[in-house]
Design a protein around this ligand. Sequence first.
Ligand SMILES: [Zn+2]
Length: 333
Amino acid sequence: MKADLGLRLLHLADRLGLNKVCNVLKKGRITVLMYHGVIPDNCSIDAWTLVKESEFLRQIEYISREYEAIPADQLVARSSVRSPKSRKEKVIITFDDGYRNNYLIAYPILKKFNVPALIFLPTHFIGRKELLWFDKVIYAIQSSGCNAIDLRKVGIGFIKLNGDDPASRWDKIEALLTKMKSLELQEREVVIQEITQVLKPDYSCADMFSFLEWSEIKEMVNSGLLSFGSHGHRHQILTQLPYEEVFEEIFTSAKILKKDIGVEPIFFSYPNGELNPQIVKVLKRAGFRYAFTTKEGSWEQDLDNYSIPRINIGGYDSMALFRAYLSGLSELL
Ligand SMILES: [Zn+2]
């Protein structure tokens, strides 16, 4: 009820033009957007982390008109970020996980509006025709369109998916993923196997959810519009690893990025947004200069380069909410 009221107030504030007022109040703070996948409108795989192509096009068109999307590399040359070249508020667009759909669907739209973006790669998976463990679960459930899954055999219970309402269906899937995150690797594998065995997913559009090829990454680097950073090597939650493995994850990904793209990797995005001071120390040693979290909010430059908040853009967000995220209006309601 409270959330409904918040949304209604937000739509009213949007119609009254309060986004413009909020932009002034931001006083130069940078908004960093976090995307994951962008999928064709007719794709049956539906998830909070996936934005439909037509929605993404509207969002990028809006940004190109109302904001100044800056390349992340401009952060390094601070004076150019600060210079009043444009009176528009600045936005940085980022993508986590390195999905092929970033190249197939998002890249043509970014090119069309000449909007730069930064993609974070889990380097081990690049060029592989496989899915991240949580995508296997999402893909199996959503492609099957099932209303319930019986996972009592593997100790997870009977999960009802709330019919056709996509957002509440997603809440149930997210709760399942959260439960699975806390499992040991092997236990988790058993649950994934059970899900795929029960649901027998059709993998015909799985290519959208596998990973970018190095040749596609190089093409995007050469366009001058896209930059790349690390999202770890095997997409491991770093806070759950012993020190040596944190070191291995960060340094291996840095080495691969340097070798395969030929640029110093200076941007990092924490898998699952989780960090601690020890991880930050390793990032600094490996040469990373900016690290992005999943903590919500806009970024006051110089506050902390290793804990940069982002705004998560989800597949169920309305255009009014998107405008409010960008202006900071959503933080006030
Ligand atoms: Zn990720």
